[in-house]
Design a protein around this ligand. Sequence first.
Ligand SMILES: *Cc1c(COP(=O)(O)O)cnc(C)c1O
Length: 372
Amino acid sequence: MIPIVDLKAQYRSIKQEVDDAISEVLESSQFILGPKVEAFEADFAGYCDTRYAFGINSGTSALHLALLAAGVGPGDEVITVSYTFVATVAAILYTGATPIFVDIDPNTCNIDVAKIEAAITPKTKVIMPVHLYGTCADMDPIFEIAQRHGVMVIEDAAQAHGAEYKGRRAGSMGELSCFSFYPGKNLGAYGEAGAIVTNNEKYVDIIRQLRDQGQSAKYLHERVGYNYRMEGIQGAVLGVKLKHLDDWTEARRQHAKFYQTQLADSGVRLLAERTDHKPVYHVFPLFTPERDQLREHLHANGISTGIHYPIPVHLQTGFAELGYREGDLPETERVCRDVMSIPMYPELTEEQLTHITSSVQQFCAQSTAAYR
Ligand SMILES: *Cc1c(COP(=O)(O)O)cnc(C)c1O
Protein backbone atom coordinates (compact mmCIF):
# COMPACT_ATOMS: atom_id res chain seq x y z
CA MET A 1 0.00 0.00 0.00
CA ILE A 2 1.38 3.45 -0.89
CA PRO A 3 0.66 5.65 2.14
CA ILE A 4 -0.57 9.24 1.88
CA VAL A 5 2.52 10.37 3.83
CA ASP A 6 5.51 8.23 4.87
CA LEU A 7 7.16 9.50 8.04
CA LYS A 8 9.18 6.31 8.50
CA ALA A 9 10.93 6.67 5.14
CA GLN A 10 11.98 10.19 6.09
CA TYR A 11 13.22 9.15 9.54
CA ARG A 12 15.35 6.39 7.99
CA SER A 13 17.00 8.96 5.73
CA ILE A 14 18.11 11.19 8.64
CA LYS A 15 18.18 8.69 11.53
CA GLN A 16 21.75 9.27 12.68
CA GLU A 17 21.50 13.08 12.73
CA VAL A 18 18.15 13.03 14.55
CA ASP A 19 19.22 10.40 17.07
CA ASP A 20 22.38 12.40 17.86
CA ALA A 21 20.44 15.63 18.32
CA ILE A 22 17.89 13.95 20.61
CA SER A 23 20.73 12.39 22.62
CA GLU A 24 22.22 15.83 23.18
CA VAL A 25 18.93 16.99 24.67
CA LEU A 26 18.77 13.92 26.91
CA GLU A 27 22.38 14.47 28.05
CA SER A 28 21.80 18.17 28.74
CA SER A 29 18.31 17.50 30.15
CA GLN A 30 17.13 20.86 28.75
CA PHE A 31 13.69 19.48 28.04
CA ILE A 32 11.69 22.72 27.80
CA LEU A 33 12.83 25.63 25.56
CA GLY A 34 16.64 25.82 26.05
CA PRO A 35 19.51 25.99 23.54
CA LYS A 36 18.09 23.62 20.90
CA VAL A 37 14.85 25.61 20.74
CA GLU A 38 16.75 28.91 20.65
CA ALA A 39 18.97 27.70 17.82
CA PHE A 40 15.95 26.50 15.88
CA GLU A 41 14.15 29.81 16.44
CA ALA A 42 17.10 31.69 14.92
CA ASP A 43 17.32 29.31 11.96
CA PHE A 44 13.58 29.31 11.33
CA ALA A 45 13.36 33.12 11.44
CA GLY A 46 16.11 33.17 8.81
CA TYR A 47 14.27 30.58 6.77
CA CYS A 48 11.03 32.61 6.84
CA ASP A 49 12.85 35.86 6.15
CA THR A 50 11.57 37.38 9.41
CA ARG A 51 13.39 38.99 12.33
CA TYR A 52 11.87 36.80 15.05
CA ALA A 53 10.59 33.26 15.52
CA PHE A 54 9.14 31.81 18.72
CA GLY A 55 8.92 28.07 19.44
CA ILE A 56 5.40 27.15 20.56
CA ASN A 57 3.95 23.81 21.63
CA SER A 58 1.57 23.47 18.65
CA GLY A 59 0.25 25.30 15.62
CA THR A 60 -3.09 25.74 17.36
CA SER A 61 -1.42 27.41 20.36
CA ALA A 62 0.61 29.58 17.96
CA LEU A 63 -2.61 30.85 16.34
CA HIS A 64 -4.23 31.48 19.72
CA LEU A 65 -1.18 33.30 21.02
CA ALA A 66 -0.67 35.38 17.87
CA LEU A 67 -4.30 36.55 18.05
CA LEU A 68 -3.87 37.44 21.74
CA ALA A 69 -0.64 39.30 21.00
CA ALA A 70 -2.51 41.24 18.31
CA GLY A 71 -5.02 42.28 20.97
CA VAL A 72 -7.93 40.21 19.64
CA GLY A 73 -10.63 39.49 22.19
CA PRO A 74 -14.37 39.45 22.90
CA GLY A 75 -16.37 41.75 20.62
CA ASP A 76 -13.82 41.53 17.79
CA GLU A 77 -14.36 39.81 14.45
CA VAL A 78 -11.72 37.83 12.59
CA ILE A 79 -12.26 37.15 8.88
CA THR A 80 -11.10 33.73 7.73
CA VAL A 81 -12.24 30.66 5.78
CA SER A 82 -14.39 27.70 6.71
CA TYR A 83 -12.42 25.54 4.28
CA THR A 84 -9.45 24.86 6.59
CA PHE A 85 -8.33 22.61 9.39
CA VAL A 86 -10.60 23.32 12.34
CA ALA A 87 -7.77 24.77 14.48
CA THR A 88 -7.80 28.04 12.51
CA VAL A 89 -11.32 28.72 13.72
CA ALA A 90 -10.98 27.20 17.20
CA ALA A 91 -8.07 29.56 17.93
CA ILE A 92 -10.26 32.57 17.11
CA LEU A 93 -12.97 31.28 19.45
CA TYR A 94 -10.44 30.75 22.29
CA THR A 95 -9.87 34.53 22.34
CA GLY A 96 -13.59 35.24 22.66
CA ALA A 97 -13.68 36.83 19.19
CA THR A 98 -16.11 35.84 16.42
CA PRO A 99 -14.92 34.12 13.25
CA ILE A 100 -16.48 35.51 10.06
CA PHE A 101 -16.27 33.14 7.12
CA VAL A 102 -15.56 34.20 3.56
CA ASP A 103 -16.05 31.68 0.75
CA ILE A 104 -13.11 30.27 -1.20
CA ASP A 105 -12.10 30.61 -4.83
CA PRO A 106 -12.53 27.03 -6.05
CA ASN A 107 -9.62 27.46 -8.49
CA THR A 108 -7.15 27.85 -5.61
CA CYS A 109 -9.16 26.70 -2.55
CA ASN A 110 -7.89 29.84 -0.80
CA ILE A 111 -9.95 32.79 0.41
CA ASP A 112 -11.84 34.56 -2.40
CA VAL A 113 -10.35 38.04 -2.15
CA ALA A 114 -13.28 39.51 -4.10
CA LYS A 115 -15.58 38.58 -1.20
CA ILE A 116 -13.55 39.94 1.72
CA GLU A 117 -14.63 43.57 1.60
CA ALA A 118 -18.32 42.68 2.04
CA ALA A 119 -17.45 40.85 5.27
CA ILE A 120 -15.69 43.84 6.90
CA THR A 121 -17.57 45.58 9.73
CA PRO A 122 -16.50 48.12 12.37
CA LYS A 123 -15.71 45.11 14.61
CA THR A 124 -13.23 43.53 12.16
CA LYS A 125 -9.80 43.38 13.77
CA VAL A 126 -7.91 40.79 11.72
CA ILE A 127 -8.01 39.07 8.33
CA MET A 128 -6.51 35.61 8.72
CA PRO A 129 -5.89 33.92 5.36
CA VAL A 130 -4.86 30.25 5.33
CA HIS A 131 -2.22 29.21 2.78
CA LEU A 132 -4.04 25.99 2.09
CA TYR A 133 -2.19 22.96 0.72
CA GLY A 134 1.04 25.02 0.68
CA THR A 135 -0.06 27.71 -1.80
CA CYS A 136 -0.17 31.26 -0.50
CA ALA A 137 -3.45 33.15 -0.53
CA ASP A 138 -3.57 36.15 -2.89
CA MET A 139 -1.89 38.49 -0.41
CA ASP A 140 -1.66 41.79 -2.36
CA PRO A 141 -5.43 42.40 -2.55
CA ILE A 142 -5.74 41.22 1.07
CA PHE A 143 -3.22 43.84 2.23
CA GLU A 144 -4.89 46.48 0.09
CA ILE A 145 -8.25 45.83 1.78
CA ALA A 146 -6.66 45.52 5.24
CA GLN A 147 -4.86 48.84 4.89
CA ARG A 148 -7.93 50.64 3.64
CA HIS A 149 -9.93 49.46 6.66
CA GLY A 150 -7.15 49.60 9.24
CA VAL A 151 -7.21 45.89 10.07
CA MET A 152 -4.29 43.55 10.67
CA VAL A 153 -3.29 40.48 8.62
CA ILE A 154 -2.21 37.30 10.43
CA GLU A 155 -1.12 34.37 8.25
CA ASP A 156 -2.09 30.79 9.02
CA ALA A 157 0.98 29.34 7.32
CA ALA A 158 0.62 25.93 9.01
CA GLN A 159 0.78 24.15 5.62
CA ALA A 160 3.16 26.50 3.83
CA HIS A 161 6.73 26.27 5.19
CA GLY A 162 8.95 27.84 2.53
CA ALA A 163 6.13 28.74 0.11
CA GLU A 164 6.51 32.02 -1.77
CA TYR A 165 4.17 34.70 -3.06
CA LYS A 166 5.71 37.11 -5.60
CA GLY A 167 9.14 36.41 -4.15
CA ARG A 168 8.04 36.83 -0.53
CA ARG A 169 8.16 33.94 1.92
CA ALA A 170 5.03 32.61 3.62
CA GLY A 171 5.13 33.97 7.16
CA SER A 172 7.06 37.13 6.24
CA MET A 173 4.09 39.10 4.98
CA GLY A 174 1.61 39.24 7.87
CA GLU A 175 1.97 41.28 11.05
CA LEU A 176 2.27 37.88 12.77
CA SER A 177 2.31 34.43 11.17
CA CYS A 178 1.78 30.95 12.51
CA PHE A 179 3.26 27.58 11.61
CA SER A 180 2.49 24.04 12.71
CA PHE A 181 5.13 21.34 13.00
CA TYR A 182 2.61 18.53 13.45
CA PRO A 183 4.49 15.40 12.31
CA GLY A 184 2.73 15.20 8.93
CA LYS A 185 3.41 18.84 8.00
CA ASN A 186 6.17 19.65 5.47
CA LEU A 187 8.43 20.45 8.42
CA GLY A 188 7.26 18.06 11.11
CA ALA A 189 8.39 17.54 14.71
CA TYR A 190 8.43 14.18 16.51
CA GLY A 191 5.51 15.25 18.65
CA GLU A 192 3.51 18.47 18.89
CA ALA A 193 5.11 21.81 17.96
CA GLY A 194 4.45 25.14 16.25
CA ALA A 195 5.90 28.62 15.84
CA ILE A 196 5.00 32.29 15.51
CA VAL A 197 7.14 34.52 13.32
CA THR A 198 7.09 38.31 13.00
CA ASN A 199 9.21 41.26 11.92
CA ASN A 200 7.82 43.51 14.62
CA GLU A 201 9.88 43.84 17.79
CA LYS A 202 6.87 45.01 19.78
CA TYR A 203 5.57 41.42 20.03
CA VAL A 204 8.75 39.88 21.43
CA ASP A 205 8.03 40.35 25.13
CA ILE A 206 4.34 39.61 25.01
CA ILE A 207 4.80 36.37 23.05
CA ARG A 208 7.65 35.17 25.29
CA GLN A 209 5.55 35.93 28.36
CA LEU A 210 2.26 34.51 27.13
CA ARG A 211 3.84 31.20 26.11
CA ASP A 212 5.49 30.83 29.54
CA GLN A 213 2.80 31.48 32.18
CA GLY A 214 3.14 35.25 31.89
CA GLN A 215 6.70 35.17 33.28
CA SER A 216 8.95 38.14 32.57
CA ALA A 217 11.65 36.84 34.94
CA LYS A 218 11.84 33.78 37.16
CA TYR A 219 8.65 33.70 39.27
CA LEU A 220 7.71 37.21 38.18
CA HIS A 221 4.34 36.88 36.43
CA GLU A 222 3.26 40.09 34.71
CA ARG A 223 0.08 38.60 33.32
CA VAL A 224 -1.88 35.35 33.24
CA GLY A 225 -0.26 33.36 30.47
CA TYR A 226 -0.26 29.83 29.14
CA ASN A 227 1.98 26.79 29.03
CA TYR A 228 2.65 27.02 25.28
CA ARG A 229 6.42 26.38 25.36
CA MET A 230 8.21 24.26 22.75
CA GLU A 231 10.01 21.14 24.04
CA GLY A 232 13.78 20.82 23.70
CA ILE A 233 13.52 17.51 21.84
CA GLN A 234 11.22 19.08 19.25
CA GLY A 235 13.62 22.01 18.80
CA ALA A 236 16.45 19.53 18.25
CA VAL A 237 14.51 17.44 15.70
CA LEU A 238 13.27 20.54 13.85
CA GLY A 239 16.78 22.01 13.75
CA VAL A 240 18.04 18.87 12.00
CA LYS A 241 15.08 18.65 9.63
CA LEU A 242 15.11 22.33 8.62
CA LYS A 243 18.46 21.75 6.89
CA HIS A 244 16.79 19.22 4.61
CA LEU A 245 13.57 21.13 4.01
CA ASP A 246 14.59 22.78 0.72
CA ASP A 247 15.57 19.40 -0.76
CA TRP A 248 12.30 17.87 0.41
CA THR A 249 10.31 20.78 -0.99
CA GLU A 250 12.11 20.44 -4.31
CA ALA A 251 11.13 16.75 -4.40
CA ARG A 252 7.50 17.67 -3.67
CA ARG A 253 7.61 20.18 -6.52
CA GLN A 254 8.95 17.55 -8.93
CA HIS A 255 6.23 15.12 -7.88
CA ALA A 256 3.57 17.81 -8.31
CA LYS A 257 4.89 18.63 -11.78
CA PHE A 258 4.64 14.94 -12.70
CA TYR A 259 1.08 14.73 -11.39
CA GLN A 260 0.13 17.90 -13.26
CA THR A 261 1.61 16.71 -16.55
CA GLN A 262 0.11 13.24 -16.32
CA LEU A 263 -3.32 14.27 -15.07
CA ALA A 264 -3.77 17.52 -17.03
CA ASP A 265 -6.53 16.32 -19.37
CA SER A 266 -7.45 13.10 -17.62
CA GLY A 267 -10.91 14.13 -16.43
CA VAL A 268 -10.10 15.16 -12.85
CA ARG A 269 -9.78 18.83 -11.99
CA LEU A 270 -6.50 20.10 -10.53
CA LEU A 271 -5.80 23.40 -8.79
CA ALA A 272 -4.84 26.36 -10.93
CA GLU A 273 -1.13 27.22 -10.84
CA ARG A 274 0.02 30.85 -10.83
CA THR A 275 3.45 31.65 -12.13
CA ASP A 276 4.08 34.24 -9.39
CA HIS A 277 3.50 31.65 -6.63
CA LYS A 278 5.90 29.01 -5.39
CA PRO A 279 3.73 26.39 -3.69
CA VAL A 280 5.21 23.72 -1.41
CA TYR A 281 2.53 21.06 -2.03
CA HIS A 282 1.73 20.00 1.52
CA VAL A 283 -1.23 18.13 0.04
CA PHE A 284 -1.94 17.30 -3.60
CA PRO A 285 -5.71 17.55 -4.11
CA LEU A 286 -7.80 16.61 -7.10
CA PHE A 287 -11.49 17.17 -7.71
CA THR A 288 -14.09 14.92 -9.26
CA PRO A 289 -17.82 14.40 -8.79
CA GLU A 290 -16.96 10.68 -8.59
CA ARG A 291 -14.68 11.22 -5.61
CA ASP A 292 -15.82 8.20 -3.59
CA GLN A 293 -15.60 5.84 -6.58
CA LEU A 294 -12.11 7.09 -7.50
CA ARG A 295 -10.95 6.62 -3.92
CA GLU A 296 -12.28 3.05 -3.94
CA HIS A 297 -10.52 2.35 -7.22
CA LEU A 298 -7.21 3.69 -5.90
CA HIS A 299 -7.49 1.79 -2.63
CA ALA A 300 -8.14 -1.41 -4.60
CA ASN A 301 -4.89 -0.62 -6.43
CA GLY A 302 -2.88 -0.20 -3.24
CA ILE A 303 -2.96 3.61 -3.08
CA SER A 304 -4.03 5.48 0.06
CA THR A 305 -5.95 8.71 -0.36
CA GLY A 306 -7.30 11.40 1.96
CA ILE A 307 -9.94 14.12 2.03
CA HIS A 308 -8.78 17.57 3.09
CA TYR A 309 -11.53 18.40 4.11
CA PRO A 310 -14.80 16.46 3.99
CA ILE A 311 -16.88 18.80 6.20
CA PRO A 312 -16.28 22.57 6.29
CA VAL A 313 -15.92 24.12 9.73
CA HIS A 314 -19.18 26.10 9.45
CA LEU A 315 -21.15 22.83 9.12
CA GLN A 316 -19.40 20.98 11.96
CA THR A 317 -21.82 20.30 14.81
CA GLY A 318 -19.36 21.70 17.35
CA PHE A 319 -19.49 25.05 15.58
CA ALA A 320 -23.28 25.24 15.18
CA GLU A 321 -23.49 28.16 17.60
CA LEU A 322 -21.82 30.35 14.94
CA GLY A 323 -25.18 30.25 13.16
CA TYR A 324 -24.09 29.22 9.66
CA ARG A 325 -26.27 26.93 7.53
CA GLU A 326 -25.82 24.73 4.51
CA GLY A 327 -25.79 26.96 1.43
CA ASP A 328 -24.05 29.89 3.16
CA LEU A 329 -20.67 29.15 1.54
CA PRO A 330 -21.53 27.42 -1.73
CA GLU A 331 -18.00 27.08 -3.19
CA THR A 332 -16.64 25.73 0.09
CA GLU A 333 -19.44 23.20 0.30
CA ARG A 334 -19.08 22.14 -3.34
CA VAL A 335 -15.35 21.58 -2.99
CA CYS A 336 -15.89 19.48 0.15
CA ARG A 337 -18.01 17.09 -1.91
CA ASP A 338 -15.50 16.81 -4.78
CA VAL A 339 -12.07 16.92 -3.15
CA MET A 340 -9.64 14.11 -2.43
CA SER A 341 -5.87 13.97 -2.07
CA ILE A 342 -3.35 11.54 -3.50
CA PRO A 343 -0.03 10.62 -1.83
CA MET A 344 2.44 13.51 -1.51
CA TYR A 345 5.75 13.24 0.30
CA PRO A 346 9.36 13.73 -0.80
CA GLU A 347 10.33 10.05 -0.70
CA LEU A 348 7.75 8.93 -3.32
CA THR A 349 9.53 6.90 -6.02
CA GLU A 350 9.10 7.21 -9.77
CA GLU A 351 7.50 3.78 -9.81
CA GLN A 352 4.96 4.81 -7.14
CA LEU A 353 4.17 8.08 -8.92
CA THR A 354 3.60 6.29 -12.21
CA HIS A 355 1.39 3.71 -10.55
CA ILE A 356 -0.70 6.49 -8.97
CA THR A 357 -1.20 8.51 -12.17
CA SER A 358 -1.90 5.48 -14.34
CA SER A 359 -4.47 4.26 -11.81
CA VAL A 360 -6.22 7.66 -11.94
CA GLN A 361 -6.08 7.65 -15.75
CA GLN A 362 -7.47 4.12 -15.83
CA PHE A 363 -10.41 5.18 -13.67
CA CYS A 364 -11.11 8.26 -15.77
CA ALA A 365 -10.98 6.29 -19.04
CA GLN A 366 -13.89 4.08 -17.95
CA SER A 367 -15.82 6.89 -16.26
CA THR A 368 -18.51 8.94 -17.95
CA ALA A 369 -18.64 11.85 -15.53
CA ALA A 370 -16.68 14.94 -16.42
CA TYR A 371 -15.53 17.42 -13.82
CA ARG A 372 -17.39 20.66 -13.46
C1 LIG B 1 -2.15 21.74 11.16
C2 LIG B 1 -2.89 23.01 11.06
C3 LIG B 1 -3.14 23.81 12.19
C4 LIG B 1 -2.91 23.35 13.61
O1 LIG B 1 -1.65 22.93 13.92
P1 LIG B 1 -1.38 21.90 15.12
O2 LIG B 1 0.10 21.89 15.20
O3 LIG B 1 -1.97 20.59 14.72
O4 LIG B 1 -2.02 22.44 16.34
C5 LIG B 1 -3.73 25.05 12.00
N1 LIG B 1 -4.09 25.48 10.77
C6 LIG B 1 -3.89 24.71 9.67
C7 LIG B 1 -4.30 25.26 8.35
C8 LIG B 1 -3.31 23.45 9.78
O5 LIG B 1 -3.12 22.72 8.69
